[in-house]
Design a protein around this ligand. Structure first.
Ligand code: AP5
Length: 190
């Protein structure tokens, strides 16, 4: 079905507070993509009744990853409801297990990957001062999220560099998203 829809898939990655959600909103506005956030899908699920909701909540608040089978299932379910063939998946993949399960279950290659970077100091300040702060935006959990990003997500981004275009953008001091390369890439590929 994905083939027949001529699917254009873009993964958006970056550390906690790097601005993935913020940039995705702009891409949606200017390029007509649909935005799916792994974190948002999991946060919606954590509010569901029962053990699974409780487990997801516990993992997110500990700054740990939710099992990949569950995350991939939620993403694919959300994708099946998209009428748009251009989809951004924000916060995915985060580790090698995410990638392995995605390749096995979804089998869809991204057109390219947007990798947003910033210093930890800047990202931490953004998270701590975010309006309507989240439960996982406390110093202890933020540090765990950074550690996990450095240890597990960076290697998986490295892996993608060998099989797909990875557009790295530093948005530490600027919010001028359109001066960077990824709008050009979006035009080129999508
Ligand atoms: P997720 O929701 O993806 O959290 P995150 O990666 O920690 O990123 P954030 O959403 O906190 O930040 P962001 O990069 O989107 O920045 P934002 O635009 O909001 O995941 C949460 C949890 O879910 C994970 O820890 C894990 O437990 C689980 N999970 C998620 N994906 C998973 C997966 N694939 N597998 C398993 N588990 C998974 O911006 C942050 C703030 O900064 C905002 O206030 C914004 O206004 C401001 N800001 C943004 N950009 C700028 C800028 N350029 N200048 C100034 N301020 C800016």
């Amino acid at each position: 079905e994905a083939q027949s829809k001529n699917l254009k898939l873009v993964f958006v990655t970056g550390g906690p507070g790097s601005g993935k959600g913020t940039q995705c909103n702009k891409i949606v506005e200017h390029f007509g993509f649909e935005h799916l956030s792994a974190g948002e899908l999991l946060r919606a699920e954590q509010n569901s009744d029962g053990e699974i909701g409780k487990m997801i909540k516990g993992l997110i608040n500990e700054g740990k990853l939710v099992p990949s089978e569950m995350t991939v299932k939620l993403i694919l379910n959300a994708m099946s409801k998209c009428s748009n063939n251009k989809i951004l998946i924000d916060g995915f993949p985060r580790n090698d297990e995410n990638r392995e399960v995605w390749d096995r279950v979804a089998g869809l290659k991204p057109e390219f990957i947007i990798f947003i970077t910033s210093s930890e100091e800047v990202m931490q300040n953004r998270l701590l001062s975010r309006n309507e702060g989240r439960d996982d935006d406390n110093l202890e959990t933020i540090r765990k999220r950074f550690k996990l990003f450095n240890e597990q997500t960076l290697p998986v981004i490295k892996h993608y560099e060998s099989i797909a275009a990875v557009q790295k953008v530093n948005l530490q001091n600027l919010n001028i998203w359109y001066t960077f390369g990824f709008p050009q890439l979006l035009n080129l590929y999508c």
